[in-house]
Design a binder for this molecule. Sequence first.
Ligand code: UDX
Ligand code: UDX
Length: 432
Amino acid sequence: MESANITVYGAGYVGLVTGACLAKSGHRVHLLDVDRAKLAALAEGRAPFFEPDLDATLASGIGSGRLTFAHPDDAEASDPDETAADRFVYVAVGTPSTPAGFADLRYVRDVMDRLEATAAAGTVVITKSTVPPGTGEPLAARLAKRGIGYVSNPEFLREGNAIGDWYHTDRIVLGGEPTHVERVAALYADIDAPIVRCGITSAELVKYASNAFLATKISFINEIASLCDVMGADVTRVARAVGMDRRIGEAFMHAGIGYGGSCFPKDTRALDFLSTVNGHDFHLLKAVIEVNARQRLLPVMALKRRLGSLEGSVVAVLGLAFKPDTDDTRESPAAEIIGLLLAEGARVRGHDPVGRLSIDDPHYVHAETLEEAVSGADAAIVATEWPQFAKADWTALAPVMTQSAIVFDGRNCLDPEAVRAEGLIYLGVGRG
Ligand code: UDX
Ligand code: UDX
């Protein structure tokens, strides 16, 4: 396709990666976000969060003049070329969880109201935000009255590998009327991936079903890990051998303190809520969520079993982000573990190569280095499998910890023997 004119609402992980990659493909992209601090960073060519390769992709878009940014309320927010024939608007604003567990759609609805009032006929609106199945059909009907198309195009990118996932996705899912779907498919001509064409509601459900299935794999292997602990088996071996069956697969079979992040916890809760509201009790999904909540308690339970009371104990929590290669701490297991430790009276030192938690508690300190975090610690909990922790030199670290300190490997990423060789107590998840 020749260069298209694209507006993207929301410069979060999804919107920014979408915008930057489409600009790199030669399209003209105008990114809108309500967060002025984000816009200020972007104006200087910096991504407002840590994501490998994103800065370079942004720089290429900005340098070519094809990638611009604005606040939706500012004059420059309107598309510089409103009359252009080929116009697309991506919606990638957040859809956070409400306290009750359903998806908060107010930001998506705000954008849709605005588009209904202002977008030119012939525009195609593409929803990347994760919205519950059933959300898009009525929106599409409203927009259709004004000659505006609607396509659901769920996003599957993983943080930490977002740019790679854009170009090497397993599939592109496009839900909507065939004429609109084909126009959107043409935008992805340079991506070598199969395109699944379906209805809007099916496309919406693909996203929830995919995330719920991956979360199920994680909770399943965590249940097997609990059994391994009781039976004296090693879940890392079990998972590897089970996953070698190609019908099962090795991915998402790492036992540990459970899944976090901006998607799995939110989307499993939302799917459970949606099922209940529509009269279906999704038993399996409820169990997945429950197992995940329990996994996060494991390190605290293990320390209490070993140390008795945690009052006054010094505990290092290594890894604050919800996974490596990101500074994102949304729903990170570490945040909950730290909260529990503090409630138990421990003094906690958090450390992460890039992530940071803002915890306002006199007994919490952010440590800038691994050494500083474990110095004088009675226990260290590895909450994220950063390579820096997996490769840590325990010969150097053990002497600065208290004698026979505990190392709880919440991601099974350490060599137990290397830790034990230094006189430390090694505890993993499902390693017998
Ligand atoms: C995306 C999807 O939108 C979400 O539905 C999905 O489940 C996960 O991926 P993400 O890009 O990770 O979310 O969200 P976030 O990083 O929070 O970014 C959303 C952006 O939208 C923020 O920059 C926020 O400032 C912006 N926003 C929000 C708007 O521009 N307008 C609004 O009205 C609300
Ligand atoms: C996820 C989906 O993978 C992606 O397709 C979707 O678009 C957004 O949600 P993301 O949240 O970036 O991506 O991270 P992911 O790599 O999937 O990990 C999610 C969580 O699961 C992390 O906390 C991770 O530590 C945990 N996890 C993952 C496990 O506990 N065990 C595993 O085997 C794999």
